[in-house]
Write a protein that binds this ligand. Structure first.
Ligand code: PRP
Length: 178
C-alpha cells in the first residue's frame, strides 16, 4: 500500500468484480443498441477503460473535460467546459461515466447541457457515490459502490493530481492534506 494511504476501501479485486457486473447489467439494458459512452475527464478515464471492455455492445467512446472554479476540494457549482464532445449525440443513447459523484453539480450541468442536443436517452454511471455530500437531486442509473464522506483517492481520483494511478480506492492520510 502507498505510504500516504490510511486504508483501502475497495481493492483491485473488489473493483474488477463490481465493474464486470456493471458491464453485464449495462449490456443487457442496451441490448441491440449503439451506445455513446462519455467519460468525464480526468478522473473517469481509468474506470471508462475497464468498463467499456466489459460491454457486449456497439460502443463509441467520447470524452469531455470539465473543471469547476474555486478551491480544489469543494465544488463551487460553476462548471467550465474545457473540451466538448467530438460526437454528435442527437438521437443517440448516451451514458455519462464518472469516477465519483460528490455534490452532483458537475453532472447536473452536463445532463442539462446534453439535453439541449436531443439525445435518444441519457443515463449516468458512476463508480463511486458520495451521497452524504449531494447538493442537488440527481438520478443515478448505475452505481458501483457507495463511499463514506472521507478523502478518497486512487483508481482515477486525485489529490493535487497525485494518486490517480493507484489500482485501488483508498482513504488519504490526514497528514497529507492538513
Ligand atoms: C471530480 C469527479 C467529478 C466531480 C464530482 O472531478 O471526477 O467530475 O469532481 O464532483 P461534484 O459531484 O461535486 O460535481 P474533479 O473536478 O476533481 O476533476 P478531475 O476529474 O480532473 O479530477
Amino acid at each position: 500500500m502507498h505510504k500516504d494511504i490510511e486504508s483501502i476501501v475497495y481493492s483491485e479485486t473488489d473493483l474488477s468484480s463490481r465493474i464486470e457486473a456493471l458491464g453485464k447489467q449495462i449490456s443487457t439494458d442496451y441490448k441491440g443498441k449503439k451506445l455513446i459512452v462519455v467519460g468525464v475527464m480526468k478522473g473517469a478515464n481509468i474506470f471508462v477503460a475497464d468498463l467499456v471492455r466489459k460491454l457486449d455492445l456497439d460502443v463509441v467512446i467520447d470524452f469531455i473535460v470539465v473543471s469547476s472554479y474555486g478551491a480544489s476540494t469543494e465544488s463551487t457549482g460553476v462548471i467550465r467546459l474545457l473540451k466538448d464532445l467530438d460526437e454528435n449525440i442527437n438521437s443517440e443513447h448516451v451514458l455519462i461515466v464518472e469516477d465519483i459523484i460528490d455534490s452532483g453539480l458537475t453532472l447536473e450541468y452536463l445532463v442539462s447541457n446534453f439535453e439541449t442536443r436531443h439525445p435518444a436517452s441519457i443515463k449516468i454511471c458512476t463508480l463511486l457515490n458520495k451521497v452524504e455530500r449531494r447538493k442537488v437531486d440527481l438520478e443515478v442509473d448505475y452505481i458501483g459502490f457507495k463511499v463514506p464522506d472521507e478523502f478518497i483517492v486512487g483508481y482515477g481520483i486525485d489529490y493535487a493530481e497525485k494518486y490517480r494511478n493507484l489500482p485501488y480506492v483508498g482513504i488519504l492520510k490526514r497528514s497529507v492534506y492538513e
